[in-house]
Write a new protein. Structure first.
Length: 276
């Protein structure tokens, strides 16, 4: 079956152009920019370039403008709360009206993507659902795990919470090539497993919501550092080098080899151009 690189550097003859999307502290975007600068220092150039940063927040909770200024790239914000307020309703994406509203909001970003000739949109701490095409997202769960019905087991905003209460012994982050669902789409890369040994029993945590919340937040922070921050920029690099491809069924390939359960690199080999 024919496979096609997500981005073909030989055909394009230039670095991959990336738009960075964020909503809050932007640590994933910072790590992406750090990798770009590291590759420039070590190799003389980077296979990808972050062209602009887009945020759906316009208040101090989002550090996008600061990050953009520090890196000398354009910054655009379009506050989604104001967008909804002016339309007089709070609507969810799951409703027909909510989906229509989501598409309307994304039109602004889509115009920017076309104007800046963007190849890939990198969603670093952005919304779990977006109607733009050609997006990479990172999710705090091992998306290769499925239910008996074949659906991904840990999706949505409470993935770490759900995994802990289900008794998972390890936690992972995953990157995906997004489609029209929430945390669906082809699975690109999975991080090294993080030990999820609990200081308390599951029975006691199920009864103590405050303690459970504390533990979930601790694991989320560790998973961000040891998972998200490593595989998110690395996935962008692999795409930019032409190493990640899809077939017509949206199955993922790395260097021409099928990776149905996501690509995992050996520990210590992240952010290099070598194959593990």
């Amino acid at each position: 079956m024919k496979i096609s690189p997500i981005f073909d550097p030989e055909q394009m003859g230039r670095p991959m152009r990336v738009a960075a999307f964020m909503s809050g502290s932007g640590t994933n975007i910072i790590k992406l920019l750090e990798l770009e600068n590291k590759l420039k220092r070590e190799e003389g150039s980077s296979p990808f370039s972050v062209v602009f940063i887009f945020s759906d927040r316009s208040d101090g909770s989002c550090l996008g403008e600061q990050i953009a200024n520090e890196n000398g790239i354009p910054y655009i914000s379009y506050d989604i709360r104001t967008f909804h307020r002016r339309r007089g309703a709070k609507r969810t994406v799951s409703s027909p009206d909510g989906f229509s509203l989501r598409k309307e909001f994304d039109k602004i970003a889509n115009r920017l993507v076309h104007a800046f000739e963007i190849d890939v949109n990198a969603l670093g701490g952005y919304m779990s659902y977006i109607t733009l095409d050609r997006c990479i997202n990172v999710h705090p769960a091992d998306l290769s795990l499925t239910t008996s019905g074949g659906k991904r087991r840990y999706v949505g905003d409470h993935a770490v919470h759900d995994a802990i209460l289900s008794g998972e012994k390890t936690l992972c982050s995953s990157t995906i090539w997004t489609d029209q669902g929430v945390d669906t789409g082809p699975l690109l890369m999975i991080s090294e497993p993080l030990n999820a040994d609990l200081p308390d029993s599951l029975e006691s945590l199920a009864k103590d919501r405050v303690r459970l919340t504390e533990i979930v937040e601790e694991f989320q922070e560790r998973l961000k550092r040891e998972g998200d921050w490593k595989i998110f920029p690395r996935t962008v690099e692999l795409i930019a080098r032409g190493r990640l491809a899809l077939d017509k069924e949206n199955r993922v390939y790395v260097d021409g080899q099928p990776m149905p359960d996501g690509y995992r690199e050996k520990k210590g080999r992240e952010n290099t151009s070598e194959m593990s």
